[in-house]
Write a protein that binds this ligand. Structure first.
Ligand code: NAD
Length: 499
């Protein structure tokens, strides 16, 4: 296996710049130490924000299509380094290699999206009520964007934000998860390579990387030179960051926890449903914000679906995520495994029948578990929590109203789906009276969002929208301009101003 040092040096990342004794980087695959880094002090965070702010003042004046060219070059770097970076994602987070590669592909896709966007930052021309006037809106760059990211998508989340922010004329300060700083160091190096190829009009401080934990994040959040904080992680973190940002009226974009459900209706294609359930519930060992955690199965199909699911669950290959054939890798750390076991205990106490879920020994270290399928008598207390592990609770239902009500009963509103071939059921699920989640899918599981849609959730999931659709507007400020091309000064209707 290539060492982390070899992978980083293949991407021309100078790890020496970051080494220290403050933060141990551990691979969840085997518990091996990968590196030890120093963390940034609050003063160093301020310096980096200062450098990003100075860069912003120049970058905002570079024409947007030219800014898009930098994003295009960065996308090229990602294409050339996809295998190496994808492998590093696997080593640092424990997701299987195909998912590590998939994460880098998502970065490439959002770069392509942002390149096109750099020529489409359109404002409206608005009919003025005043004679001889024209009114229009103009979108301008916003400033320094702080990106705080979670461990489970260590590089894609940054790129959803950063590719748009750079195209929109902003600079970016990134604080990755303290559990996944090495991939961030690699990405920063690839971005610096793209900047070197781009030329002198890319100001030096455009992309800043801050290494550290909550304190570092807090220093970034409190800095008045940061007009937008985009934070991805737990709901607990979102609430803490929201409070601090509200104190200084800063803009926020949140992508927080999920507790996603799927409804399997009587007319569902059960083969398709089974594949979608397994992919959504056990992919990334249940450590996706969009992981399927609650399954509502109609009484009519439960006896056909559940035995099949139990068989598949019992044979899922759990193991080293670098090995071909492994579908379920490790949990991120010991606390995650403990959290999973506690949740299963509570599910049993609430009347659940647990299949699987036991810890699995793989090699010498790491925290692995067999995914758990838990038959519940109803949607009990534990099902209202996001346990970041592969646990799928199953509850039977009789009517679509019941199923939609259970889907909507939890605080988190990230992603949801229904499997049905009845168009009326599908449309009801997507209607105003249907799922209250930010993502409502039909005949596809809740996980695996595409960059083209604005990704995000409602309710406790934070309401943010990063990535596609019109998410770019969050990274810009809007000015309304009124131009008088007459020789009169008509003010707004009903107002006279005689001198
Ligand atoms: P986490 O909340 O523990 O940490 C996320 C980031 O926030 C880290 O960089 C951390 O250092 C920082 N942070 C934590 N507290 C902070 C504070 N008070 N001030 C500033 N920064 C702070 O989350 P995690 O364990 O890394 O990730 C898992 C969680 O993230 C899950 O809840 C998952 O659903 C969520 N997630 C959501 C999305 C989404 O798009 N909705 C995507 C990925 C992960």
């Amino acid at each position: 296996m290539q060492s982390v040092a070899q992978l980083l040096s293949a991407m021309q990342a100078d790890i020496g710049r970051y080494l220290g004794n403050d933060l141990a980087c551990i691979s969840p695959i085997d518990g091996e130490s990968l590196a030890s880094l120093r963390v940034d002090s609050p003063e160093q965070v301020q310096e980096k924000v200062g450098a990003a702010h100075a860069a912003f003042l120049q970058w905002r004046m570079v024409p947007a299509p030219r800014r898009g060219e930098l994003v295009r070059l960065f996308g090229d770097e990602l294409r050339s380094n996809k295998e190496i970076l994808g492998k590093l994602v696997t080593i640092e987070t424990g997701k299987i290699l195909q998912e590590g590669l998939g994460e880098v592909q998502e970065m490439i896709d959002i770069c392509d999206f942002a390149v096109g966007l750099s020529r489409q930052l359109y404002g409206l021309t608005i009919a003025s009520e005043r004679p001889g006037h024209r009114m229009m809106e103009t979108w301008h760059p916003l400033g320094v964007v702080a990106v705080i990211s979670a461990f489970n998508f260590p590089v894609a989340v940054w790129s959803w934000n950063a590719a748009l922010a750079f195209a929109c004329g902003d600079s970016v300060v990134w604080k990755p998860s303290e559990k996944a700083p090495l991939t961030a160091i690699a990405v920063q190096a690839l971005f610096e390579k793209a900047m070197a190829r781009f030329g002198a009009d890319a100001p030096a401080g455009l992309s800043q990387l801050v290494i550290g934990g909550q304190d570092c994040g807090a220093a970034l959040v409190d800095d008045t030179r940061v007009p937008l904080v985009s934070a991805t992680g737990s709901t607990r973190m979102g609430k803490a960051v929201a409070e601090r940002c509200a104190r200084r009226l800063a803009r926020t974009l949140f992508e927080l926890g999920g507790n996603n459900a799927m409804i399997v209706a009587p007319s569902a294609d059960l083969e398709l449903s089974t594949r979608a359930i397994v992919f959504s519930a056990v992919g990334t060992a249940g450590q996706r914000c969009t992981s399927l955690r609650r399954l509502f199965v109609h009484d009519d199909v439960a006896e056909r679906l559940l035995p099949r699911l139990k068989t598949v669950y019992a044979s899922l290959p759990v193991g080293n995520p670098l090995d071909e054939g492994t579908l379920v890798g490790p949990l991120i750390d010991e606390a995650a495994l403990q959290g999973m076991q506690l949740a299963l205990e509570r599910a049993r106490a609430e009347g659940g029948k647990v299949h699987g879920g036991e810890p699995v020994q793989v090699g010498k270290g790491g925290y692995y578990a067999r995914p758990a399928l838990v038959e519940m008598p109803s949607q009990t207390g534990i099902m209202h929590h996001e346990t970041f592990a592969p646990i799928l609770y199953v509850v039977r239902y009789q009517t679509l109203e019941q199923a939609i009500a259970m889907n909507n009963a939890v605080a988190q509103g990230l992603s949801s789906s229904i499997f049905t071939t009845d168009v009326r059921e599908a449309e009801r699920f997507m209607s105003a009276g249907g799922s209250d989640c930010g993502i409502a899918n039909v005949n596809i599981g809740p996980s695996g969002a595409e960059i083209g849609g604005a990704f995000g959730g409602e309710k406790d999931s934070g309401g943010g929208r990063e990535s596609g659709s019109d998410a770019w507007k969050a990274y810009m400020r809007r000015a309304t301009n009124t131009v008088n091309y007459s020789d009169a000064l008509p003010l707004a209707q009903g107002i006279r101003f005689d001198i």
